[in-house]
Design a protein around this ligand. Structure first.
Ligand SMILES: NC(=O)C1=CN([C@@H]2O[C@H](COP(=O)(O)OP(=O)(O)OC[C@H]3O[C@@H](n4cnc5c(N)ncnc54)[C@H](OP(=O)(O)O)[C@@H]3O)[C@@H](O)[C@H]2O)C=CC1
Ligand SMILES: O=C(O)[C@@H]1CCC=N1
Length: 274
Protein backbone atom coordinates (compact mmCIF):
# COMPACT_ATOMS: atom_id res chain seq x y z
CA UNK A 1 0.00 0.00 0.00
CA UNK A 2 1.60 3.28 -1.14
CA UNK A 3 -0.73 5.61 0.74
CA UNK A 4 -2.65 5.02 3.97
CA UNK A 5 -5.07 7.93 4.05
CA UNK A 6 -6.11 10.41 1.36
CA UNK A 7 -7.94 13.65 2.17
CA UNK A 8 -9.75 15.58 -0.55
CA UNK A 9 -10.18 19.20 0.54
CA UNK A 10 -12.89 20.33 -1.86
CA UNK A 11 -15.36 17.75 -3.17
CA UNK A 12 -16.66 19.20 -6.42
CA UNK A 13 -16.59 18.04 -10.04
CA UNK A 14 -12.87 17.38 -10.40
CA UNK A 15 -12.52 15.76 -6.96
CA UNK A 16 -15.29 13.31 -7.85
CA UNK A 17 -13.74 12.52 -11.26
CA UNK A 18 -10.40 11.74 -9.60
CA UNK A 19 -12.00 9.83 -6.73
CA UNK A 20 -13.92 7.63 -9.14
CA UNK A 21 -10.80 6.95 -11.21
CA UNK A 22 -8.56 6.20 -8.21
CA UNK A 23 -11.15 3.83 -6.72
CA UNK A 24 -11.88 2.06 -10.02
CA UNK A 25 -8.17 1.54 -10.64
CA UNK A 26 -7.73 0.39 -7.02
CA UNK A 27 -4.96 2.88 -6.26
CA UNK A 28 -6.83 3.46 -3.01
CA UNK A 29 -9.75 1.81 -1.26
CA UNK A 30 -12.88 3.73 -0.27
CA UNK A 31 -12.24 3.39 3.47
CA UNK A 32 -8.88 5.17 3.05
CA UNK A 33 -10.55 8.32 1.69
CA UNK A 34 -11.88 11.36 3.56
CA UNK A 35 -13.81 13.96 1.54
CA UNK A 36 -14.20 17.51 2.87
CA UNK A 37 -15.99 20.59 1.55
CA UNK A 38 -17.07 23.98 2.83
CA UNK A 39 -20.87 24.09 3.30
CA UNK A 40 -22.64 21.55 1.11
CA UNK A 41 -23.59 18.69 3.49
CA UNK A 42 -25.94 17.12 0.93
CA UNK A 43 -23.05 16.76 -1.52
CA UNK A 44 -20.95 14.94 1.07
CA UNK A 45 -23.87 12.64 1.90
CA UNK A 46 -24.22 11.80 -1.82
CA UNK A 47 -20.51 11.03 -2.16
CA UNK A 48 -20.63 8.85 0.95
CA UNK A 49 -23.63 6.96 -0.40
CA UNK A 50 -22.20 6.51 -3.90
CA UNK A 51 -18.56 5.70 -3.13
CA UNK A 52 -18.65 4.55 0.53
CA UNK A 53 -15.90 7.01 1.45
CA UNK A 54 -15.65 8.93 4.74
CA UNK A 55 -16.87 12.51 4.67
CA UNK A 56 -16.42 15.35 7.14
CA UNK A 57 -16.65 19.13 7.29
CA UNK A 58 -14.05 19.14 10.05
CA UNK A 59 -10.58 19.84 8.59
CA UNK A 60 -8.89 18.35 11.70
CA UNK A 61 -10.66 15.02 11.11
CA UNK A 62 -9.96 15.03 7.36
CA UNK A 63 -6.28 15.89 7.76
CA UNK A 64 -5.34 13.85 10.84
CA UNK A 65 -2.82 11.18 9.78
CA UNK A 66 -3.52 11.87 6.09
CA UNK A 67 -0.35 11.15 4.11
CA UNK A 68 -1.77 12.47 0.83
CA UNK A 69 -3.87 15.65 0.70
CA UNK A 70 -5.55 16.82 -2.51
CA UNK A 71 -6.52 20.50 -2.71
CA UNK A 72 -9.58 20.60 -5.01
CA UNK A 73 -11.27 23.89 -4.18
CA UNK A 74 -11.62 26.91 -6.46
CA UNK A 75 -8.68 29.32 -6.80
CA UNK A 76 -10.61 32.15 -5.10
CA UNK A 77 -11.12 29.96 -1.99
CA UNK A 78 -7.42 29.23 -1.56
CA UNK A 79 -6.51 31.73 1.17
CA UNK A 80 -9.52 30.84 3.33
CA UNK A 81 -9.08 27.09 2.88
CA UNK A 82 -5.34 27.14 3.62
CA UNK A 83 -5.94 29.28 6.73
CA UNK A 84 -8.44 26.66 7.99
CA UNK A 85 -5.96 23.85 7.32
CA UNK A 86 -2.85 25.61 8.61
CA UNK A 87 -2.91 24.12 12.15
CA UNK A 88 -3.09 20.58 10.75
CA UNK A 89 -0.56 20.62 7.89
CA UNK A 90 2.76 18.83 8.46
CA UNK A 91 5.96 18.44 6.42
CA UNK A 92 5.55 14.67 6.14
CA UNK A 93 2.27 14.98 4.22
CA UNK A 94 2.34 15.19 0.42
CA UNK A 95 0.04 17.86 -0.96
CA UNK A 96 -1.32 17.85 -4.50
CA UNK A 97 -2.92 21.10 -5.63
CA UNK A 98 -5.28 21.31 -8.59
CA UNK A 99 -6.24 24.99 -8.60
CA UNK A 100 -5.63 26.88 -11.82
CA UNK A 101 -3.38 29.91 -11.29
CA UNK A 102 -2.26 29.16 -7.74
CA UNK A 103 1.53 28.70 -7.50
CA UNK A 104 2.97 26.23 -4.98
CA UNK A 105 5.03 29.12 -3.53
CA UNK A 106 1.83 30.93 -2.53
CA UNK A 107 0.49 27.91 -0.65
CA UNK A 108 3.90 27.42 0.93
CA UNK A 109 3.94 30.95 2.26
CA UNK A 110 0.24 30.95 3.29
CA UNK A 111 0.77 27.72 5.24
CA UNK A 112 3.94 29.13 6.81
CA UNK A 113 5.72 25.77 6.63
CA UNK A 114 7.95 24.06 4.06
CA UNK A 115 5.44 21.60 2.65
CA UNK A 116 6.06 19.21 -0.23
CA UNK A 117 3.55 20.40 -2.85
CA UNK A 118 2.99 18.93 -6.30
CA UNK A 119 0.93 21.01 -8.68
CA UNK A 120 -1.26 18.92 -10.98
CA UNK A 121 -3.53 19.73 -13.89
CA UNK A 122 -5.73 16.72 -14.73
CA UNK A 123 -9.05 16.72 -16.55
CA UNK A 124 -12.44 15.17 -15.84
CA UNK A 125 -11.70 12.15 -18.07
CA UNK A 126 -9.82 10.87 -14.98
CA UNK A 127 -13.20 9.41 -13.98
CA UNK A 128 -12.78 6.78 -16.72
CA UNK A 129 -8.98 6.49 -16.49
CA UNK A 130 -8.32 8.71 -19.52
CA UNK A 131 -7.06 12.04 -18.14
CA UNK A 132 -4.14 13.87 -19.76
CA UNK A 133 -2.44 15.23 -16.65
CA UNK A 134 0.50 17.60 -16.21
CA UNK A 135 2.37 17.62 -12.90
CA UNK A 136 5.10 19.91 -11.57
CA UNK A 137 7.14 19.70 -8.37
CA UNK A 138 7.17 22.60 -5.90
CA UNK A 139 10.29 23.58 -3.99
CA UNK A 140 10.28 20.95 -1.21
CA UNK A 141 9.28 17.88 -3.22
CA UNK A 142 11.64 14.88 -3.22
CA UNK A 143 12.08 12.61 -6.22
CA UNK A 144 10.20 9.87 -4.36
CA UNK A 145 7.27 12.21 -3.71
CA UNK A 146 7.13 13.35 -7.34
CA UNK A 147 7.19 9.69 -8.36
CA UNK A 148 4.30 8.94 -6.02
CA UNK A 149 2.27 11.76 -7.58
CA UNK A 150 3.18 10.45 -11.04
CA UNK A 151 2.07 6.93 -10.13
CA UNK A 152 -1.16 8.31 -8.69
CA UNK A 153 -2.11 10.17 -11.87
CA UNK A 154 -0.89 7.36 -14.13
CA UNK A 155 -3.67 5.24 -12.66
CA UNK A 156 -6.14 7.67 -14.30
CA UNK A 157 -4.41 8.39 -17.62
CA UNK A 158 -1.19 9.80 -19.05
CA UNK A 159 1.18 12.04 -17.07
CA UNK A 160 3.57 14.73 -18.37
CA UNK A 161 6.09 15.99 -15.82
CA UNK A 162 6.69 19.67 -16.59
CA UNK A 163 8.08 22.85 -15.03
CA UNK A 164 5.55 24.73 -12.91
CA UNK A 165 5.45 27.63 -15.37
CA UNK A 166 4.05 25.27 -18.03
CA UNK A 167 1.00 24.31 -15.97
CA UNK A 168 -1.06 27.25 -17.33
CA UNK A 169 -0.53 25.99 -20.88
CA UNK A 170 -1.57 22.48 -19.83
CA UNK A 171 -4.71 23.99 -18.26
CA UNK A 172 -5.57 25.72 -21.57
CA UNK A 173 -4.92 22.67 -23.75
CA UNK A 174 -5.81 19.64 -21.62
CA UNK A 175 -7.47 20.79 -18.35
CA UNK A 176 -10.15 22.69 -20.26
CA UNK A 177 -9.73 20.49 -23.36
CA UNK A 178 -12.65 18.09 -22.80
CA UNK A 179 -15.03 21.08 -22.81
CA UNK A 180 -13.90 22.10 -26.31
CA UNK A 181 -14.76 18.62 -27.56
CA UNK A 182 -18.12 18.63 -25.77
CA UNK A 183 -18.78 21.96 -27.51
CA UNK A 184 -17.97 20.33 -30.85
CA UNK A 185 -20.15 17.34 -29.94
CA UNK A 186 -23.08 19.65 -29.03
CA UNK A 187 -22.72 21.52 -32.33
CA UNK A 188 -22.51 18.33 -34.42
CA UNK A 189 -25.52 16.80 -32.65
CA UNK A 190 -27.59 19.95 -33.14
CA UNK A 191 -26.65 20.00 -36.83
CA UNK A 192 -27.66 16.34 -37.23
CA UNK A 193 -31.09 17.07 -35.73
CA UNK A 194 -31.53 20.19 -37.85
CA UNK A 195 -30.79 18.09 -40.95
CA UNK A 196 -33.46 15.52 -40.03
CA UNK A 197 -31.99 12.90 -37.62
CA UNK A 198 -33.71 12.07 -34.33
CA UNK A 199 -32.00 13.39 -31.17
CA UNK A 200 -31.07 9.85 -30.09
CA UNK A 201 -29.71 8.87 -33.46
CA UNK A 202 -27.71 12.08 -33.87
CA UNK A 203 -26.24 11.72 -30.34
CA UNK A 204 -25.18 8.11 -30.96
CA UNK A 205 -23.63 8.90 -34.34
CA UNK A 206 -21.65 11.83 -32.95
CA UNK A 207 -20.48 9.96 -29.81
CA UNK A 208 -19.21 7.02 -31.84
CA UNK A 209 -17.62 9.26 -34.47
CA UNK A 210 -15.65 11.18 -31.82
CA UNK A 211 -14.72 7.97 -30.00
CA UNK A 212 -13.52 6.28 -33.19
CA UNK A 213 -11.58 9.34 -34.37
CA UNK A 214 -9.90 9.81 -30.94
CA UNK A 215 -8.94 6.14 -30.74
CA UNK A 216 -7.57 6.14 -34.29
CA UNK A 217 -5.58 9.31 -33.58
CA UNK A 218 -4.07 7.63 -30.51
CA UNK A 219 -3.44 4.20 -32.08
CA UNK A 220 -2.35 5.14 -35.58
CA UNK A 221 1.19 6.06 -36.56
CA UNK A 222 -0.33 8.80 -38.72
CA UNK A 223 -0.57 12.47 -37.74
CA UNK A 224 -3.89 14.31 -37.32
CA UNK A 225 -3.22 15.98 -40.64
CA UNK A 226 -2.64 12.63 -42.45
CA UNK A 227 -5.78 11.16 -40.89
CA UNK A 228 -7.79 14.19 -42.03
CA UNK A 229 -6.49 13.78 -45.57
CA UNK A 230 -7.47 10.09 -45.53
CA UNK A 231 -11.10 11.08 -44.86
CA UNK A 232 -11.22 13.95 -47.34
CA UNK A 233 -11.64 12.40 -50.78
CA UNK A 234 -10.70 15.14 -53.30
CA UNK A 235 -13.82 16.96 -54.44
CA UNK A 236 -16.00 15.10 -51.91
CA UNK A 237 -18.18 15.90 -48.91
CA UNK A 238 -15.41 16.23 -46.32
CA UNK A 239 -13.50 18.78 -48.37
CA UNK A 240 -16.72 20.80 -48.75
CA UNK A 241 -17.14 20.74 -44.96
CA UNK A 242 -13.50 21.54 -44.16
CA UNK A 243 -13.44 24.41 -46.68
CA UNK A 244 -16.46 25.83 -44.85
CA UNK A 245 -14.63 25.57 -41.50
CA UNK A 246 -11.66 27.37 -43.07
CA UNK A 247 -13.96 30.05 -44.52
CA UNK A 248 -15.27 30.59 -40.98
CA UNK A 249 -11.67 30.79 -39.62
CA UNK A 250 -12.30 27.89 -37.26
CA UNK A 251 -8.58 27.03 -37.03
CA UNK A 252 -7.85 30.60 -35.91
CA UNK A 253 -10.79 30.39 -33.49
CA UNK A 254 -9.39 27.23 -31.89
CA UNK A 255 -5.98 28.88 -31.55
CA UNK A 256 -7.60 31.94 -29.99
CA UNK A 257 -9.70 29.75 -27.67
CA UNK A 258 -6.64 28.00 -26.21
CA UNK A 259 -4.68 31.25 -26.05
CA UNK A 260 -7.51 32.98 -24.14
CA UNK A 261 -7.80 30.08 -21.67
CA UNK A 262 -4.06 30.44 -20.95
CA UNK A 263 -4.37 34.23 -20.66
CA UNK A 264 -7.20 33.66 -18.17
CA UNK A 265 -5.02 31.24 -16.13
CA UNK A 266 -2.35 33.94 -15.95
CA UNK A 267 -4.92 36.57 -14.94
CA UNK A 268 -6.20 34.23 -12.22
CA UNK A 269 -2.67 33.76 -10.91
CA UNK A 270 -2.07 37.52 -10.51
CA UNK A 271 -3.50 37.82 -6.96
CA UNK A 272 -1.24 34.92 -5.85
CA UNK A 273 1.97 36.28 -7.32
CA UNK A 274 2.24 39.54 -5.35
N1 LIG B 1 -13.33 20.94 -13.28
C1 LIG B 1 -12.25 20.64 -14.03
O1 LIG B 1 -12.35 20.01 -15.09
C2 LIG B 1 -10.87 21.07 -13.58
C3 LIG B 1 -10.71 21.84 -12.44
N2 LIG B 1 -9.45 22.20 -12.02
C4 LIG B 1 -9.29 22.95 -10.77
O2 LIG B 1 -9.86 22.15 -9.74
C5 LIG B 1 -10.44 22.97 -8.75
C6 LIG B 1 -11.84 22.48 -8.45
O3 LIG B 1 -12.64 22.63 -9.60
P1 LIG B 1 -14.12 22.02 -9.64
O4 LIG B 1 -14.10 20.66 -9.04
O5 LIG B 1 -14.59 22.20 -11.02
O6 LIG B 1 -14.87 23.04 -8.65
P2 LIG B 1 -16.26 22.88 -7.90
O7 LIG B 1 -16.84 24.22 -7.78
O8 LIG B 1 -17.06 21.78 -8.52
O9 LIG B 1 -15.85 22.38 -6.42
C7 LIG B 1 -15.23 23.21 -5.49
C8 LIG B 1 -15.24 22.51 -4.15
O10 LIG B 1 -14.45 23.26 -3.22
C9 LIG B 1 -15.14 23.28 -1.98
N3 LIG B 1 -14.64 24.33 -1.11
C10 LIG B 1 -14.77 25.67 -1.21
N4 LIG B 1 -14.18 26.28 -0.15
C11 LIG B 1 -13.67 25.29 0.63
C12 LIG B 1 -13.00 25.27 1.87
N5 LIG B 1 -12.68 26.39 2.52
N6 LIG B 1 -12.65 24.06 2.39
C13 LIG B 1 -12.97 22.91 1.76
N7 LIG B 1 -13.61 22.87 0.57
C14 LIG B 1 -13.96 24.05 0.02
C15 LIG B 1 -16.59 23.41 -2.39
O11 LIG B 1 -17.42 23.09 -1.28
P3 LIG B 1 -18.90 23.73 -1.10
O12 LIG B 1 -19.68 23.23 -2.27
O13 LIG B 1 -19.35 23.18 0.20
O14 LIG B 1 -18.70 25.22 -1.12
C16 LIG B 1 -16.64 22.38 -3.51
O15 LIG B 1 -16.75 21.08 -2.99
C17 LIG B 1 -10.40 24.40 -9.27
O16 LIG B 1 -9.39 25.08 -8.57
C18 LIG B 1 -10.05 24.27 -10.73
O17 LIG B 1 -9.20 25.32 -11.15
C19 LIG B 1 -8.32 21.79 -12.69
C20 LIG B 1 -8.43 21.03 -13.81
C21 LIG B 1 -9.70 20.62 -14.37
O1 LIG C 1 -12.50 26.09 -16.09
C1 LIG C 1 -11.64 26.05 -15.20
O2 LIG C 1 -11.20 27.10 -14.69
C2 LIG C 1 -11.14 24.70 -14.72
C3 LIG C 1 -9.66 24.58 -14.91
C4 LIG C 1 -9.46 23.71 -16.12
C5 LIG C 1 -10.78 23.13 -16.33
N1 LIG C 1 -11.67 23.65 -15.54
Amino acid sequence: MLVEKVAFIGSGELAESLLKGFLDKKFIAADQVWMNNHTNKERLADLEKTYHVHTTQDKAVALKKADLIIFAFRPADTSAAVAEMKPFLRRDQLIITLMVGVPTAFIQSAAGVDLPIVRAMPNTSASIGLSATGIAAGACVSEAQLNLAKQLFETVGTVSVVAENEIDVIAGVAGSGPAYLYYLAQSMQEAGVREGLSEASSALLVQQTLLGAANLLKQSEKSASDLLNAVATPGGTTQAGIDTLDNHSVREAVNACIHQAIVRAKEMSAPFSK
